[in-house]
Each structure stands twice: as structure tokens, then as C-alpha cells.
Write a protein that binds this ligand. Structure first.
Ligand SMILES: Nc1ncnc2c1ncn2[C@@H]1O[C@H](COP(=O)(O)OP(=O)(O)OP(=O)(O)O)[C@@H](O)[C@H]1O
Ligand SMILES: [Mg+2]
Length: 214
């Protein structure tokens, strides 16, 4: 089953970023998108995750065109089924790491997985305020927060950008195990070709096109 299907997406800001991009994402599948800085990767991820409307093209999520979702359906889908891990973390700054996870846990009615916190190596710092955590710790808290709500599709923009190689590879393993055991899927934007190659499919955004590399 396709969780996401995009047809002929085009978008421009000051100049055309890409045109006629099509892509499908199946259950249990992981897709990586690489490409030069400024090529439009984050923009494409924003469009695929319904944060930004493309200039043209269609997107189906869970076999239904997003234009036919009501506002209410769209916001509950975003809350429960789409997991966004973006370059800026959007954690609630005045709160502790745990309080940030509790918000996700309450909103989506899912338990916080203590084992996940231990694997992400944030269990020890979970009661500290977000502002007292390192950049990499904040990044791992936002990953834990997204996984806590048990999304069907993870959209991750450089989720391991602040992490050392070993931690980054552990985080990738957590993602792969998660999508496999939850019938979920992931679209990952990264500059790290080695990490990208761990995904089932790899595309490069280049010359306004999405070129299939794997
Ligand atoms: N909201 C916006 N308004 C105007 N221009 C924008 C907006 N967002 C992005 N852009 C422009 O679109 C281009 C692509 O940006 P985008 O963030 O998608 O690139 P990227 O491939 O993710 O780059 P990076 O690897 O550096 O994160 C850039 O030139 C950027 O300035
Ligand atoms: Mg980007």
C-alpha cells in the first residue's frame, strides 16, 4: 500500500526550484533525498508533509488526495500520522525534555517508551530543561517526541545533523526498526550519502529534477 503518492510537483520561490517531480512511498519503505544546499530538499519535504502548498501537482496521503481532506481531517492526520523532524527542532523551550514528550504522549494517547529514551541516550537528562541540553541532545529529544506519537510517515530533515557518527547510526537503526515494526515509512533528507544509502531508495534533487540513484 502507498502511504504517500506525489504527482508532477512543481514549486518556485524567486526562481523555479523543481518541476514535475513524482514520488511514491510504500509501507515499510525508506527514501532518502540528497542534493546540494539550496536545491530545494527542505521545500520538497514541506510540500510532501502538507506544510506548504505546491504551485502545481497532486499529493495523496493514505490513498486520498489531500485537497479532499477537510480541515479537521487534515489537522488530525498531521497530529497523529505525520511525524516531522525538521532542521529547527521546535521543542517547547521553557519545559523539560520529559514535559515535551508528555505533550506528544497526551495528544496522541500513546505511552512514552522508556527503552527508546535509553537507546537515544537521553534518559539521564530527561528532567533537564530543553535550554540546558546540547544541540544533539535536543535533536534526540525531538526524535523521541516524534516517535512517541507513533506516526505512519516520518519526514526527517537532517535528523542526525548534530550527531557524531556513532550516535547518528544508532538513530538510523531506531528509525528503520520503527518503520518496520509499525508498518510506517520514512522520507529522509540528508547530506550524508552513506546514511542515504542505508535507505531502500535514494534520489538526488538536481537541475530541478529528482534523479533516482538507487
Ligand atoms: N519561504 C521561502 N521564501 C522564499 N524563498 C525560499 C523559502 N524557503 C526556501 N526558499 C529558497 O528556496 C531555495 C531552496 O531552499 P531549501 O531550504 O528547500 O533548500 P535545501 O535543499 O533544503 O538546502 P539545505 O541543504 O541548505 O538545507 C533557497 O534558495 C531558499 O532561499
Ligand atoms: Mg534544507
Amino acid at each position: 500500500m502507498n502511504l504517500l503518492s506525489a504527482q508532477n510537483l512543481s514549486h518556485k520561490f524567486d526562481y523555479e526550484l523543481f518541476s514535475n517531480i513524482s514520488l511514491t512511498l510504500e509501507q515499510k519503505q525508506s527514501i532518502a533525498i540528497i542534493g546540494a544546499s539550496g536545491s530545494g530538499k527542505s521545500t520538497l519535504l514541506h510540500i510532501l508533509s502538507t506544510l506548504l502548498e505546491p504551485d502545481s501537482g497532486e499529493i495523496e496521503l493514505f490513498d486520498k488526495d489531500i485537497s479532499s481532506y477537510s480541515k479537521k481531517e487534515l489537522s488530525s492526520m498531521k497530529r497523529d500520522d505525520l511525524g516531522l523532524i525538521f532542521q529547527s527542532h521546535y521543542l517547547f523551550k521553557g519545559f523539560s525534555a520529559l514535559e515535551n514528550l508528555e505533550v506528544a504522549s497526551i495528544l496522541s494517547n500513546q505511552d512514552i517508551d522508556e527503552q527508546l529514551l535509553k537507546r537515544l541516550n537521553i534518559f539521564e537528562v530527561i528532567n533537564q530543561k530543553v535550554t540546558e541540553l546540547s544541540g544533539g541532545q535536543q535533536q534526540r529529544v525531538s526524535i523521541a517526541r516524534v516517535l512517541t506519537k507513533k506516526p505512519k510517515i516520518i519526514f526527517a530533515d537532517e535528523p542526525t545533523g548534530n550527531l557524531d557518527k556513532h550516535t547518528a547510526s544508532e538513530v538510523m537503526d531506531i528509525f528503520f526498526e520503527y518503520i518496520d515494526s509499525n508498518d510506517a515509512a520514512m522520507i529522509l533528507v540528508t547530506h550524508d550519502e552513506e546514511l542515504a544509502n542505508e535507505c531502500d531508495k535514494v534520489y538526488r534533487l538536481e537541475n530541478k529534477e529528482l534523479i533516482s540513484l538507487k
